[in-house]
Write a new protein. Structure first.
Length: 187
């Protein structure tokens, strides 16, 4: 019998339209993970400066996480909060260690089951999926849910976080992107 995969504290980044997948992910993973995610309404960013919101996300939620999971739906690439969460996750500070990074393409994504097009992913995630030894890896949402297999993806990201250096030089989004997702993002 194989060795049991350790339980990790995960931060789940997602577009609010994909909340059903986030909830299903947490439910299906059960006690294999500790969910450290921001839920809708947890942070009222009305009137707050961008830097303050990013700091709240980083210090109140991501701080305790060891791996960030990005649930990639068709519009996830457009979301400023996803971009901020990814930037905070892969940045090492005095208060925060760096998180491992895993992307999971959702069944509603146009690349699900196909070759992954980086122009249809959050740009900061796409930046970290390049090269022979990428910092982040992308998987398709399992057609048959296998918590042990997904737990191995998470653990692999945890182990990789101190090996390959992440790419985090992209300027943070100032606002949500509104262009049609099929046209992708531009630098």
């Amino acid at each position: 019998m194989g060795k049991k995969t350790p339980r990790h504290r995960v931060f789940i980044s997602f577009h609010e339209k994909d909340i059903k997948y986030k909830d299903k992910f947490v439910r299906m993973m059960g006690k294999r993970i500790v969910d450290r995610s921001v839920d809708t309404g947890n942070i009222d960013d009305t009137g707050l400066k961008t830097a303050t919101v990013r700091q709240k996300i980083r210090d109140d939620y991501i701080r305790d996480a060891s791996v960030t999971i990005v649930l990639i739906g068709p519009q996830t690439w457009q979301r400023k909060h996803v971009d901020w969460e990814l930037g905070s996750s892969i940045r090492r500070t005095k208060k925060n260690s760096r998180c491992g990074l895993v992307g999971i393409l959702l069944p509603n994504h146009p690349n699900y089951g196909k070759k992954h097009n980086p122009r249809l992913m959050p740009p900061r995630l796409a930046d970290n999926c390049k090269g022979e030894d990428p910092y982040a890896l992308i998987y398709d949402w399992p057609k048959r849910w296998a918590p042990a297999r997904v737990a191995r993806w998470i653990h692999r990201a945890f182990v990789r976080r101190d090996g390959t250096q992440p790419t985090n030089s992209r300027k943070p989004f100032g606002r949500n992107r509104t262009r049609d997702y099929r046209k992708g993002w531009q630098n």
